[in-house]
Write a protein that binds this ligand. Structure first.
Ligand SMILES: [Zn+2]
Length: 265
């Protein structure tokens, strides 16, 4: 599932391929991903215009079309982007094709169809309406501390709560907690100030490193949990078998040996 690093990689890909070209049409092959807009309206609004710039917030990507018009993309479980210059190259799960002049195309590919495409007038209004928290990479230590101190619950649930901090999902929450040796079920109230600061720096480190690695498993350091995360996986630090538990409605993977529950000093 695309989280902050994957969406940032999509943003950079979008910026490198799809800005400043005249849009001549949009081919909607699965209207299921369109939210709050019809295929006909999408085409009508985009035709003759250009994508001017883009902006990421958490797991959302917003593309500016004009002053009061933004394309909104959410990648759901399996969404991705693919730009190509020749016909007949569309990926298998093409849902929407944005067609530029000279026949160049940008495809929104999404096998499981949980992705979303919409048009909005204002990004800040949209974020407010959806009650999304600040972007994880845009907050400082003080804001991070406030968020953790003002809420109760397992630290993993807090990290994944998009209304508190936007961008971290199941995979990267596990990775951040693994790096800091914190058990995912640890109550935030039990974290010392020092542990919170460590968590903050680890969060930035993990997300930035993942972006640098283009969120590509082959490039992610082997010392991370990511490649081993799953049944039968071994802790890259101590070699013991990883454990799983349901926390905040999602499956957490962790090393029971390395990630101690007791962090109270
Ligand atoms: Zn371990």
């Amino acid at each position: 599932m695309p989280e902050l690093p994957e969406v940032e990689v999509f943003k950079r890909y979008f910026d490198a391929t799809s800005l400043h070209q005249r849009i001549v049409g949009a081919d909607v092959r699965s209207a299921y991903v369109l939210k709050g807009i019809s295929a006909r309206e999408l085409v009508r609004q985009l035709k003759g215009r250009q994508f001017e710039s883009s902006k990421r917030h958490g797991k959302h990507l917003f593309v500016r079309v004009s002053e009061n018009l933004w394309l909104r993309l959410h990648f759901g479980m399996t969404g991705s982007l693919c730009y190509f210059k020749e016909e007949g190259k569309a990926p298998q799960h093409t849902r929407v094709v944005f067609v530029f002049e000279k026949g160049h195309r940008l495809v929104f590919d999404d096998q499981r169809k949980f992705g979303q495409i919409g048009l909005i007038e204002d990004v800040d209004d949209y974020l407010k309406k959806r009650a999304l928290g600040p972007d994880t990479l845009a907050i400082d230590l003080k804001q991070f501390e406030d968020i953790l101190k003002k809420h109760r619950g397992p630290v993993k649930s807090i990290l994944m709560n998009q209304r508190l901090i936007a961008g971290i999902g199941n995979i990267y929450a596990d990775e951040i907690l693994f790096r800091t040796c914190v058990h995912p079920a640890t109550q935030v109230s039990a974290l010392t100030n020092r542990a919170v600061a460590t968590l903050f720096h680890a969060t930035r480190h993990i997300l930035r490193k993942a972006i640098d690695a283009k969120a590509d498993l082959q490039r992610i350091p082997r010392s991370w949990l990511l490649a081993d995360r799953g049944k039968g996986g071994k802790c890259p630090r101590c070699g013991r078998e990883l454990k799983s538990a349901t926390i905040g409605g999602r499956t957490a993977w962790f090393c029971a040996h390395c990630q101690g529950r007791a962090v109270k000093s």
